[in-house]
Design a protein. Structure first.
Length: 293
């Protein structure tokens, strides 16, 4: 693990794969450690010849803590600084949930740092339920009440996994054990939870020129497919895919299909065009339901 100081913020990161491989930076969601990518995505990308960078974003220990008023712009600046610190740009980007929101903002302000982006479980606006859920979780954290680990684990499973996983007693037992062991919350998570898409971001995404793959998970309760579809529709030329039998943690529930989609998309988009001109995005905006009923 390395430590980069960018804009006065210390970020802990890991690099895997060949030094000469095309860089891919993976950006985790709210409160998530970069190491979660190492279960499935990092080995696959390394096997495909990529140099893969994961990191703990500001607010996620052991990186520097977040602070009140933390914005998605701050996190996008951290990501840009890390890419430059590691001399990794232009690179491929993969983000999920809040991480996808961070990537989208980077594509608007520093498009020269990216050649392609995969955006999973993202949204460009909050509806009433998602806004209420975020406020409720923040209020719980502010109250200082610590939920019993078993209760927290069960709640995490119901919120983030597909019914197809929840109905399998063996699988769900494994997931509950993982959630019990990883149950944690702190001020960094609280500040990240307060980051929600500002009004008008969907309109702003029309200015994104980087080729994008937008992945939705059919059983996602946190960022349901219809909100993900709005982002795909807003980004010119974005490729949109819906993965069945997966909830918000679809990259962990259906890793083979998620990895297949990522690599297939990367193969379609050149690393860089002559003269450093960003590559053109895939034509059209196809929608397909894959690997699920």
């Amino acid at each position: 693990m390395g430590v980069a100081t960018v804009g006065g913020v210390r970020l802990h990161y890991d690099v895997a794969g060949p030094a000469g491989g095309e860089p891919v930076v993976l950006v985790m969601g709210a409160g998530g450690r970069g190491r979660a990518w190492h279960l499935h995505q990092v080995p696959t990308l390394v096997a495909a010849g990529h140099r893969v960078i994961t990191y703990d974003s500001r607010g996620v220990p052991p990186s520097d803590p977040g602070e009140a008023g933390l914005t998605v712009g701050d996190l996008a600046a951290d990501l840009a600084g890390l890419i430059e610190h590691l001399d990794a740009g232009p690179c491929r980007l993969v983000g999920t949930s809040l991480g996808a929101h961070v990537v989208e903002e980077l594509l608007l302000v520093r498009p020269e740092l990216a050649t392609a982006a995969v955006l999973m479980a993202t949204r460009g606006r909050d509806d009433r339920l998602r806004a209420a859920a975020a406020r409720a979780e923040i209020e719980l954290l502010d109250s200082g009440i610590a939920l019993p680990r078993r209760y927290h684990a069960a709640l995490q499973a119901i919120q983030n996994l597909s019914p197809h996983t929840l109905d399998d007693d063996i699988e769900v037992s494994d997931w509950l054990s993982v959630f019990e062991q990883s149950s944690s919350a702190g001020p960094g998570l609280r500040h990240q939870l307060a980051i929600t898409p500002a009004p008008g971001r969907l309109a702003a995404y029309a200015a994104i020129t980087t080729p994008c793959l937008v992945l939705a998970f059919a059983d996602d309760l946190v960022t349901p497919p219809h909100l993900v579809a709005e982002v795909a529709e807003a980004i010119p030329g974005a490729v949109h895919r819906l993965i069945g039998r997966a909830g918000h943690y679809g990259y962990l529930e259906r890793p083979e299909e998620v990895n297949r989609q990522i690599l297939e998309f990367f193969r379609r988009v050149p690393a860089r065009s002559p003269g450093g001109v960003p590559p053109a995005g895939p034509a059209g905006r196809p929608f397909a339901r894959v690997a699920g009923p």
